[in-house]
Design a protein around this ligand. Structure first.
Ligand SMILES: Cc1cc2nc3c(=O)[nH]c(=O)nc-3n(C[C@H](O)[C@H](O)[C@H](O)COP(=O)(O)OP(=O)(O)OC[C@H]3O[C@@H](n4cnc5c(N)ncnc54)[C@H](O)[C@@H]3O)c2cc1C
Length: 451
């Protein structure tokens, strides 16, 4: 009789790995399918290598701004070696063995769903009570006349680079575009950022986007908004890009950061009763449940394309499968651009609050004017915080911060929003002196006094 697994996990990025870990720890019989490397996009070509190579430029900027600190130099070859170490030299054999030792069956192949409770890979069918789809996304590659003639890179090429080019154009205005620009420019590459719309970070508050643009320009990045490539040609080793306004830009390479689409093509999700939306995102409910015995987690659901969300959804699904019913709550989940300084945001923007008919109040604070920490941290200190509150319910519903370490201290707002902590409690909270977190109290008191 054919073996029946408790769970079949398709795709072993951060989402797939967390659900595997939880189910294996609970003693479940698990079969796991991975067509490339265990760890997914995040571990080898996205979060981990990008944050690793951003650290040097960040430190150099911080050193340049700190009183009495001499200039520090960056060594690309050493940074690259460490990046490769952090990305496991694109080798997942330790992970493979680790899961095998824990009793999992691992199939290194492209898998698809053959029917309810049935996964097919390399011509073999696997039966399972549950199927979890965690197949992530693939990049959207822009096409324009001549795009096939030039050096066109996505995140995989950028974050495995050995030698740095002298100049690049980056297409896009999202977190990935801004981080890539900060990294390359930090290592001395001449960067031109080409953004189709009028402002960067189109989903964030306009003040945050304007500040981000200012900091990028200050760092020597040529930011061009309202522009796009209409055609391209190769001239020797150089990419010549013809832009919307008729001007030409010559660069060594062109990098696209123009979004991604879910990897659901040919997955057979409908064969197990699952549905896709018009963008191909796998449809799931608040339990990440798609159909009887079918679950979807991570980027493939199109809900929030972050590693921390993929891992969270994985925990929700593992609990549901293990009989502890759990619903996903997407409130108060931070989103960070690891640029210099960091840009962190959480919750709603004013525009989103208006769409939801929430009566809101908004306030921004220039942090160095308000609290002591920025001045102790750096000369000519910088930093801004914006908060949005729900007037009726007297809770915080949105926040953004652009300042050193903002990725860390945004979690004050994240918890306030997720826990719907009353503003009165937040105003009574005592933050460490001197810390950036103190800026929240200033913002909250100013909002109260403005009433
Ligand atoms: C440059 C860049 C930087 C980023 N930085 C951050 C960051 O700092 N923080 C953050 O939270 N997010 C970041 N992200 C987003 C993050 O990478 C994703 O949200 C995360 O990887 C999603 O995890 P996942 O498990 O859903 O999918 P993935 O990581 O994409 O993993 C999916 C896995 O499924 C496998 N697979 C696909 N189809 C099949 C199939 N049919 N059969 C078998 N296996 C299959 C793939 O090979 C892959 O290993 C970044 C993204 C990019 C591009």
């Amino acid at each position: 009789m054919q073996e029946i697994f408790d769970a079949a996990i398709i795709g072993l990025g951060p989402g797939g790995e967390v659900v595997a870990d939880r189910l294996l720890s609970a003693g479940k019989k698990v079969v796991m399918f991975e067509s490339e490397l265990i760890g997914g996009e995040c571990a080898y070509w996205a979060c981990i290598p990008s944050k690793t190579v951003l650290r040097g430029p960040e430190l150099r900027t911080e050193a340049a701004r700190a009183a009495g600190v001499g200039a520090i130099t960056l060594d690309w070859d050493k940074a690259r070696e460490y990046r490769d170490y952090m990305a496991r030299h694109l080798d997942d054999s330790a992970q493979f063995k680790g899961y095998e030792d824990r009793g999992a069956t691992i199939v290194r192949a492209n898998a698809s769903i053959a029917g309810p409770g049935t996964v097919s890979a390399s011509g073999i069918r696997y039966l399972s009570h549950h199927i979890i789809v965690a197949t992530g996304t693939v990049p959207l590659i822009p096409e324009f006349p001549g795009s096939d003639q030039i050096t066109l890179w996505g995140n995989r090429e950028v974050y495995t680079l050995k030698a740095l080019p002298a100049s690049v154009a980056i297409i896009g205005g999202s977190a990935v575009a801004l981080e890539t620009a900060s990294f390359l420019s930090g290592f001395g590459v001449q960067v031109t950022l080409l953004n189709r719309s009028a402002r960067l970070l189109g989903r964030e508050e306009p003040e945050a986007a304007a500040l981000a643009e200012g900091y990028l320009c200050e760092a020597g990045i040529d930011v061009r908004t309202n522009t796009s490539i209409i055609s391209a040609r190769r001239s020797g080793e150089v990419n010549v890009l013809k832009l919307h306004d008729g001007s030409e830009l010559s660069v060594d390479a062109t990098i696209f950061a123009t979004g991604r689409r879910p990897r659901t093509d040919s997955m057979g999700i409908a064969r197990a009763g699952g549905l896709l939306d018009d963008k191909g995102n796998m449809q799931v409910d608040e339990h990440c449940w798609a159909a009887d015995g079918l679950w979807g987690i991570g980027d493939v659901t199109g809900i929030m394309p972050f590693t921390h969300v993929a891992k969270y959804q994985a925990r929700v699904v593992a609990d549901c499968i293990l009989g502890k019913e759990r619903k996903a709550n997407y409130g108060g989940i931070p989103r960070v651009v690891f640029s210099n300084p960091e840009i962190a945001a959480v919750g709603l923007t004013r525009e989103q609050a208006d769409t939801l008919n929430i009566e809101s109040e908004y306030l921004t604070v220039n942090i160095p004017e308000a609290i002591a920490r920025p001045g102790t941290y750096e000369e000519n200190p910088r930093g801004d915080l914006g908060i949005l509150i729900d007037v009726q319910r007297q809770v915080m519903i949105g926040a953004w911060a652009m300042a050193p370490q903002a990725a860390e201290w945004i979690h004050y707002a994240a918890l306030a929003i997720r826990g719907q902590i009353p503003l009165a409690t937040l105003r009574d909270q005592v933050a460490q002196f001197p810390s950036y977190t103190e800026a929240y109290l200033v913002a909250l008191e100013r909002l109260e006094n403005a009433r």
